[in-house]
Design a protein around this ligand. Structure first.
Ligand code: EPU
Length: 430
């Protein structure tokens, strides 16, 4: 039987993207805020929440735990006063690694949390040792049994946490738990990502006492409970970066509205180096491509370094560079799965360990390709827009996890992309 929920994109190459576009709210800020709602004694209302599969799955987990999650337009209303379970369901947890974010809040509220052991995933191993180390320092006992991490604490106490490496969800997990722990928690080597800062702002609106977010030392003074609030989520910088790169790749002129250049600084620097004209004003950030794309080197790093979540899309851009570019992936060990698919489109890329060497080609040629993960999907769509003919991008469900109707946004800028059910794709391209 053909599954109806499988879709592909038919991307007609050759358009030049121009215009202004508004990104949705940041997925990676919304998910930890949804987790934080566990600690709120009244409703938490989040605005600027796009329709994303990851948000839907996280919502289903909260509902299975007994909570209430309602979406109306771009507003998400979360009321977890009814949560009466602390055992994150296996089926849903394995669909969404960010479910690990429930560990801290469930532990802080119930003194116990069970989550399925997260396995490796499509971009790397992704252990959670740092999350567990931090919660242990706060008084929790972490035991691995029956395929789960069982984490329990008679009382969660403030502590000094020294992360061995920068971890985004690790920082967020501890930050949320510390809000309702006894006494002060100091998080050293905290992640600096803007989504961590946005989470801290939301938590402060909920009554948390936090200082130092956006620096590598965050201090949290525990309070007895958090209250609900009405919070507008920051714009998605990765979606913004994807849209700007789409414009630059096609030789176009795209302005992303409501986004500040500070959170895109490393990308904008690289775009300038590649010959693009980058500017911004109070309305947003604009990128106009120069005559040629100069090949530039990129190394991914934690914020404010070049984001790993933009590496695949930037690689698509570099495929049309005027010479050779090296792209180093320092965050995840398996985040080059788009390379084989970009090669199908005519890209000249070789990989050795963490480094991809991209030799620019004159043009890409349309072909059937398969999306392997969220950001890889975006890079294939971008390459398809600039290819000489039609590209079929299969398994678009990866894209829907983190982009709201990306095809409609790109089409509004001049692209030509059609979403087709998997069973119809052959009529178009076979
Ligand atoms: N790490 C450990 N131990 C830990 C935690 C992390 O070794 O306990 C390692 C990871 O394996 C990785 C590095 O530390 O090598 C950084 O991982 P991090 O924990 O920062 O990643 P994450 O929190 O699991 C978030 C985003 C990812 C994004 C990364 C890096 C969310 C929900 N996810 O993941 O987003 O790539 O930070 O910025 O915030 C995406 O949106 O496509 C995506 C994958």
């Amino acid at each position: 039987m053909v599954r109806r929920d499988k879709y592909s994109f038919i991307v007609k190459g050759g358009s030049t993207l121009r215009g202004e576009i508004l990104p949705g709210g940041a997925k990676n800020a919304i998910l930890p805020m949804m987790a934080a709602s566990i600690l709120s004694d009244t409703s938490l209302r989040l605005r600027n929440v796009p329709e994303l599969e990851d948000v839907n799955v996280f919502g289903k987990i909260l509902q299975q735990l007994g909570g209430s999650v309602e979406k109306e337009g771009d507003m998400l209303t979360l009321d977890q006063t009814g949560v009466n379970a602390f055992d994150v369901p296996y089926g849903l947890a394995t669909k969404l690694r960010a479910s690990v974010l429930l560990l801290g809040p469930l532990l802080a509220r119930f003194g116990v949390a069970d989550i399925p052991i997260p396995g490796g995933c499509d971009i790397g191993d992704r252990p959670i040792d740092q999350h567990l180390k931090a919660l242990t320092a706060m008084g929790a006992r972490c035991v691995k049994e029956h395929g789960k991490w069982h984490v329990a604490a008679a009382a969660l106490n403030g502590a000094r946490i020294d992360f061995d490496l920068k971890t985004v969800t690790g920082t967020e997990n501890v930050l949320i738990a510390a809000c309702c722990a006894r006494g002060e928690t100091v998080i050293n080597n905290a992640a600096l990502e803007p989504e961590v800062v946005d989470l801290a702002r939301c938590l402060k609106n909920m009554g948390a006492r936090i200082e130092g977010e956006g620096t590598s030392t965050i201090r949290v003074e525990g309070v007895t409970s958090l209250n609900g609030t009405d919070y507008t989520v920051m714009p998605d910088r990765i979606e913004a970066a994807t849209l700007l790169l789409a414009g630059a790749l096609t030789g176009g002129d795209v302005k992303v509205l409501h986004i500040s250049p500070e959170i895109l600084e490393s990308l904008l620097g690289k775009l300038k180096e590649s010959g693009a004209d980058v500017s911004w004003d109070e309305k947003g950030v604009r990128v106009i491509r120069g005559d040629t794309i100069r090949s530039v080197n990129v190394s991914t790093n934690p914020f404010p370094g070049f984001p790993t979540d933009v590496q695949a899309q930037f690689m698509a851009y570099m495929c049309l560079g005027d010479s050779t570019s090296t792209i180093e992936e320092n965050i995840f060990e398996n985040r080059f799965r788009h390379v084989a698919e970009l090669r199908r489109l005519g890209a000249d890329i070789s990989v050795s360990g963490r480094v991809a060497v991209v030799k620019g080609v004159r043009e890409l040629s349309g072909a059937p390709v398969t999306a392997t993960d969220l950001r890889a999907s975006a890079s294939l769509v971008l390459a398809g827009i600039v290819a000489d003919s039609e590209t079929l991008v299969k398994d678009i469900e990866h894209l829907d996890r983190g982009y709201e109707k990306l095809e409609e946004k790109l089409n509004s800028l001049g692209a030509s992309i059609r979403r087709v059910p998997e069973e119809d794709e052959c009529e178009v391209i076979c």
